[in-house]
Design a protein around this ligand. Structure first.
Ligand code: ADP
Ligand code: ZN
Ligand code: ZN
Length: 734
């Protein structure tokens, strides 16, 4: 009798895995390996789970165990290293195992679809396979050797039908060879004939950085590549990747959500003569699965993707690179709240490969890791070639007349730069829409979302009022709901309004507005970028979508319309974010041989943050900010977790967090608890939200506490009345 117990991660919000018996028709000699999918009965439905372990005993009595229905894969879909990473993530973020393991799988596989081998047209031997064959491998498996021999004689590959004429269709052994990377499927072909651009010759700083990383390719080591914008970081990545590819290994490159630009992809494609797998949120399920498989079987030597690509299986990893490592999009803000940068570090360590974190504005956490010796610091302090860093000027707008938020000196500077032939200018404002709210000039009424503690944003072109927090939309009021006056005015500025104002000042010049509204349609961003590149639009206005990754060689002036935004944020990271944004936006100016300048409009020209940043630069700012964090006992000097709760009633979240707090007090020493307090925006989408902050000075202590606490939260009386979630290392306290 088959006495094996299958421990399975089943997608569910429960903080546990589940034990099953093998399927009734599963022969006892069938090998069951962790990482295969298993269809199981769950409640009254069926679910696709992932096999975590095969055990001899269960804590449950045998009569309570149900048999699984079906084993869906012969071989593990998730390789052991990724299983380990997911397991690590599950423990570190204290998240339900079923949800964590579900995150690792592309959705089609999660739904139980076949993993896609059936579409294989044929096979071809790889360079690695050829080399090993020449050495007489595999010695022990004669069937595999026979297959290799046949394929070695026909390097261009054979279809399944051709293969069948020589050997019986031996799918199993073909798969084994394929998993080892000795053969590849026809159709996955890297285009070997493509002519690639020659690499640039590196400058001294780049050479030193490349040399340091090259020497570390055989083991784990984390590098912080700290280089100003335009200093040639991408060039360094390309060199490292080339070396890694030459050693027959794969490279995984993570970029921020908005950083995955066609420009960046083109650069990799032009330089590297291999197949790229690209993973981002706009892919269809099918495309995602295909990219995932190309990475997994090694056909794609380079994988570029956003946050979730950290879970891409690789058959032979050689390096991990994270571009713009400070970017907040690496942290997932809902469900399984992992930080892709932190998981990537764990993954690199487990795989014994180096990891390179690149940024012009490193996260304070990363700089701290340099200080304490965990990361090695590599610097590219100056821009490549003749291009110089832009000058930054603070424009005091107190007492100035502002025309739609634009001061006269700013307009004059725009005029001067636009008077240059081909000159382009860029204005940055991190607020889309026409105006953040509508105000009644008679009585002071403000347009308010009825589901959130937030104003409705005026979108003039659409003639709608929209809540940016819950998506609620309504038409624009024609008269004040409070007093009936028709004197309603748009208060404040968004990108749409700035665009309109600039149209009046510069009626003859093309304007490109780049924000989530103007780029929603597929292809529209590309169109705008093309127009800018060709000089048809000379004024650029945009939100943070403009701040990242793009390269506009003719932009010589960058204006930050509202430098006060972010100076006084509720979150202790607001200053860091603001500084990063200013430096990143400034980095768009004067990237070619043209000198760039940056103008920041502010009501607080004496603000210490601005002053240090502008007179001494980001590194000095970061040192000062770290000093403040140490004084205030904030991360990275302490460790935090945030317990959030929300409900339709105002009382329930508070009651739950109160109970949670009392439970915590019985468990822990050396743990500080702050709250419960209402979230900074207490009501959102019709639900009240509260939070309880847990803080301590040792990471280990935090996790020992969470281990005990989180599992017991489900037993609290108030649990049933709220939705709650835990955020380990929260990136914002909202
Ligand atoms: P970063 O990623 O640090 O912003 P990039 O790698 O994009 O910098 O480099 C900025 C510009 O300088 C690009 O146009 C790039 O082609 C060019 N560049 C980088 N390194 C060199 C080099 N060694 N020689 C000449 N041009 C270079
Ligand atoms: Zn009114
Ligand atoms: Zn709302």
């Amino acid at each position: 009798m088959d006495r094996r117990i299958l421990r399975i991660a089943v997608p569910s919000p429960l903080y546990q895995s589940f034990d099953y018996l093998p399927p009734l028709d599963c022969p006892p000699y069938r090998r069951l390996q962790p990482g295969v999918r298993v269809r199981v009965p769950f409640g009254r439905r069926f679910q696709v789970g992932l096999l975590l372990e095969v055990l001899e005993e269960s804590a449950l009595p045998p009569e309570k165990l149900r048999p699984a229905l079906e084993i869906l894969d012969d071989e593990p879909l998730i390789p052991p290293d990724l299983m380990d990473l997911a397991e690590w993530g599950q423990r570190y973020y204290h998240h339900p195992p079923g949800e964590v393991f579900a995150t690792v799988l592309p959705i089609l596989l999660r739904q139980g679809h076949a993993s896609g081998h059936s579409t294989v047209m044929g096979w071809r031997i790889t360079a690695a396979g050829l080399a090993l064959y020449a050495e007489g491998e595999p010695r022990r498996a004669s069937r595999q050797r026979q297959l290799l021999e046949i394929l070695a004689e026909r390097p261009s590959g054979m279809t399944i039908q051709q293969l069948r004429q020589h050997v019986v269709g031996d799918q199993r052994n073909l798969r084994i060879l394929w998993r080892k990377g000795w053969i590849e499927t026809l159709g996955d072909a890297p285009s070997i004939d493509r002519v690639c651009e020659a690499p640039l010759s590196l400058n001294l700083d780049q050479r030193e950085a490349v040399a340091a990383i090259d020497q570390a390719l055989d083991g784990f080591q984390a590098f912080l590549l700290d280089g100003v914008t335009g200093s040639g970081k991408t060039e360094v990545y390309l060199r490292i990747v080339q070396t890694v590819l030459a050693r027959g290994r794969q490279a995984l490159i993570l970029v921020p959500e908005i950083g995955l630009t066609p420009q960046l992809l083109a650069r990799f494609q032009e330089r590297l003569n291999v197949r790229l797998a690209v993973l981002h949120s706009a892919l269809s399920n099918k495309e995602r699965l295909v990219a995932w498989q190309l990475a997994r079987n090694g056909s794609a030597a380079v994988v570029i993707g956003t946050r979730s690509a950290v879970f891409t299986p690789l058959c032979n990893p050689g390096v991990i690179i994270i571009d713009e490592e400070h970017d907040t999009s690496f942290k997932q803000q809902e469900g399984f709240r992992y930080h892709a940068r932190d998981l990537a570090i764990v993954r690199a360590r487990q795989a014994s490969v180096p990891i390179v974190l690149g940024s012009a504005t490193p996260a304070l956490e990363s700089l701290y890791n340099v200080h304490n010796g965990r990361y090695r610091h590599l610097r590219l302090p100056s821009r490549v070639g003749s291009s110089q860093e832009p000058s930054i000027e603070v424009l005091d707008v107190r007492h100035q007349t502002l025309d739609e938020g634009l001061s006269t000196p700013l307009i004059e500077r725009l005029q001067a730069h636009l008077a240059q032939p081909d000159g382009q200018v860029m204005l940055f404002l991190n607020r889309r829409g026409f105006a953040p709210t509508l105000i009644c000039h008679e009585c002071g009424w403000l347009s308010q979302c009825r589901r959130c503690d937030a104003h409705l944003t005026v979108h003039w072109k659409k003639r709608r009022m929209i809540c940016h927090h819950c998506g609620l939309e309504q038409s624009i009021e024609v008269s004040c709901p409070a007093c009936g006056s028709v004197d309603l005015r748009a208060l404040g500025q968004g990108t749409e309004r700035i665009e309109q104002a600039l149209k009046r000042v510069f009626p003859d010049l093309g304007i490109a507005r780049i924000d989530r509204d103007s780029t929603r349609r597929k292809g529209s961003l590309q169109q705008l970028l093309n127009d800018i590149q060709q000089g048809q639009r000379r004024i650029l206005i945009g939100t943070q979508m403009l701040a990242k990754g793009h390269h506009f060689p003719n932009v010589t002036l960058v204006g930050i319309v509202d430098g006060d935004q972010g100076l006084f944020g509720a979150d202790f990271r607001a200053g860091e974010r603001m500084a990063q944004l200013i430096v990143q936006v400034a980095g768009r100016a004067g990237r070619a041989d043209k000198l760039g300048s940056v103008v920041i409009q502010t009501h607080h020209p004496q603000h210490p943050l601005l002053r240090v940043l502008i007179s001494e630069g980001y590194a000095a700012f970061a040192t000062a900010a770290l000093g403040e964090r140490r004084q205030a006992l904030l991360p990275p000097y302490t460790w935090q977790a945030l317990l959030r709760a929300e409900a339709v009633s105002r009382e329930a979240p508070h009651a739950f967090l109160d109970e949670a707090r009392q439970l915590a007090a019985t468990l822990a020493d050396g743990i500080e608890l702050y709250g419960p307090v209402p979230a900074p925006m207490e009501r959102r989408a019709g639900r009240y939200r509260s939070q309880l902050l847990v803080q301590t000075d040792q990471r280990g202590r935090l996790h020992r506490f969470l281990d005990q606490w989180v599992g017991r939260l489900v037993t609290l009386k108030a649990t049933r009345k709220v939705r709650w979630s835990l955020d380990v290392d929260p990136q914002d306290l909202f």
